[in-house]
Design a protein around this ligand. Structure first.
Ligand SMILES: Cc1cc2nc3c(=O)[nH]c(=O)nc-3n(C[C@H](O)[C@H](O)[C@H](O)COP(=O)(O)OP(=O)(O)OC[C@H]3O[C@@H](n4cnc5c(N)ncnc54)[C@H](O)[C@@H]3O)c2cc1C
Length: 476
């Protein structure tokens, strides 16, 4: 039996009253809050860190994947598209680029400047009238029987309560759903595996011409999976790429990895060009067995990932032409988690349904990226390497509202990478284009529920879909 102590009973001040309370200010939470506020709800958004956007913001700003399917069908629209348009107007976004020339394509990739993203989403939340509280940690649900009536938060001002007609769990990890007693699957589900967590970081100082020349003259050694060429530009030779992403380098890395000389577990490079010449995201500081729902594991994982940045830099500097003088520009404010808890909601989305393009009367969003489940081995045996699931969805797939609705608990919706899908299905849904669409759907439905008094599970679907269409959302 673990040692326990009884805390004294206390009276907690009710700090705020809201129609819609969104827990978690990642991309899903931001869009959910704006959608709810624009639908007329008094909306509060709380975020435990000081940063909005998580993997999209902070000091990294990973590109948004899958606004469009590989066949060019639009999958996400409305408020997410408005964020892109506003960033473009400020010169802070390269727009949507269609990926081509590789076996598994994400459809579209949308690269932007994270500082411009921050500016735009702060403006958007402010203009929409969302009450945003940073450094505000969801501690426990405020329950009345099986209904969530709001949440208790921990802050520098102490423990406070926020009432809500509807709470939207956008914590990424289903924290509210789990604590409220809704059925959820633990990270990794029954597979016994959790996808690695990664600390993506940004580097600059890459001599891209030197790199392209090395790839051109020695393709077998570098084995880069995208096409990289050199063309004559107005101001001399210029590098031309088939994709934003640059991956490969196994011939260099596998022998070092086998000889325990790599210093990090992944003998495969994933880089992505940012908006700035010579600057790249490096998606390689991976850590396995990080369970975000276990504070010991989460904390150790975060520290280990930070310590893995240096060996990755050493490898790139020592072995990759053009990378000799690179520097770290920034690391994110928190570790990137691919897999947390998943809601076991009123509908659990499956790969078979997605592949069959199953339609639903309550479709509220679309997705379309291929299923991307990262390998979990600390020491990858490349000879026996297996790709876990490799399903693609050229025209996208549909997601019903019931994937946001918990079983057994009322007053609550769950949106983002903790919505209701099998582990494999979430391997596709989890990208930002799709989770923003889910956030938008949850925000609209939560506002309707708050206004009408109907429980979230009983929201008038035709009205919710109409509102989503008016916003620019894709529901068919
Ligand atoms: C390393 C990595 C690389 C990726 N690369 C890409 C990519 O290139 N493109 C792409 O589209 N997708 C990518 N993804 C996937 C994508 O970034 C995420 O799945 C997506 O951003 C999830 O968004 P979300 O809002 O659902 O959750 P999250 O981003 O996890 O946001 C949840 C928010 O809730 C907050 N929170 C959590 N608990 C609490 C609490 N108790 N109280 C208050 N706040 C809380 C968190 O601080 C966070 O801000 C990547 C993911 C990882 C990990």
């Amino acid at each position: 039996m673990p040692r326990t102590v009884t805390e004294p009973e206390r009276q907690t001040p009710v700090w705020k009253d809201s129609d819609v309370l969104v827990v978690g200010g990642g991309v899903a939470g931001i869009v959910a809050a704006v959608a709810a506020a624009r639908s007329g709800a008094r909306t509060v958004l709380i975020e435990q860190s000081g940063v909005l956007g998580n993997m999209a913001a902070g000091s990294v700003g990973l590109p948004i994947l899958a606004f469009f399917s590989t066949s060019g069908k639009r999958l996400t629209g409305g408020i997410p598209e408005e964020i892109v348009t506003r960033m473009m107007a400020l010169g802070g976004c390269a727009g949507h680029t269609m990926e081509s020339g590789q076996k598994y394509s994400s459809g579209s990739i949308t690269v932007f400047d994270p500082e411009v993203f921050s500016r735009v989403v702060h403006q958007l939340l402010n203009e929409s009238g969302v009450d945003v509280y940073l450094h505000t940690w969801f501690a426990a649900p405020w329950m009345d029987g099986h209904t969530v009536k709001g949440v208790f938060v921990e802050t520098k001002s102490g423990r406070l309560a926020i009432s809500a007609r509807v709470t939207v769990d956008c914590s990424g990890d289903g924290d509210v759903a789990f604590r409220a007693g809704a059925p959820t699957a633990k990270p990794g589900g029954d597979s016994g595996e959790i996808q690695p967590a990664t600390l993506p970081f940004v580097i600059d100082g890459v001599d891209v011409l030197r790199f392209a020349e090395a790839v051109r003259t020695n393709p077998e050694l570098y084995r880069v999976h995208q096409k990289i060429g050199i063309v004559d530009g107005a101001r001399g030779p210029q590098v031309q790429y088939s994709s934003r992403e640059i991956s490969g380098l196994e011939p260099l890395m596998v022998p070092l990895h086998a000889a325990d000389k790599l210093g990090f577990p992944q003998p495969f490079m994933i880089l992505c060009r940012t908006m700035r010449e010579g600057q790249f995201f490096v998606n390689m500081a991976k850590v396995v067995d990080v369970d975000v729902t276990d504070v010991d594991s989460y904390s150790r994982g975060e520290m280990l990932a930070r310590m893995r940045v240096a060996p990755v830099m050493d490898f790139l500097r020592q072995y990759v032409p053009g990378f000799e003088h690179i520097r770290v520009v920034s690391t994110p404010h928190q570790l990137g988690i691919r897999e947390g808890r998943l809601l076991l909601g009123e509908h659990i989305l499956t790969i078979d349904e997605m592949a069959a393009r199953q339609t639903y009367p309550d479709t509220v969003a679309m997705g379309g990226r291929y299923v991307d489940i990262h390998r979990v081995e600390e020491k990858v045996d490349f000879a026996k390497r297996k790709v876990p699931v490799a399903q693609t969805f050229p025209d996208g797939y549909f997601i019903p509202y019931r994937c946001l609705v918990p079983r057994q608990v009322d007053g609550l919706l769950v949106a983002g990478r903790c919505s209701s899908a099998t582990r494999a299905a979430m391997g596709s849904v989890r990208v930002m284009g799709c989770v923003m669409a889910l956030g938008q759907a949850a925000g609209v439905a939560a506002a309707l529920s708050a206004k009408s008094g109907a429980a979230p599970r009983d929201v008038n679907m035709a009205a919710a879909q109409d509102t989503l269409r008016r916003l620019g959302g894709i529901v068919e």
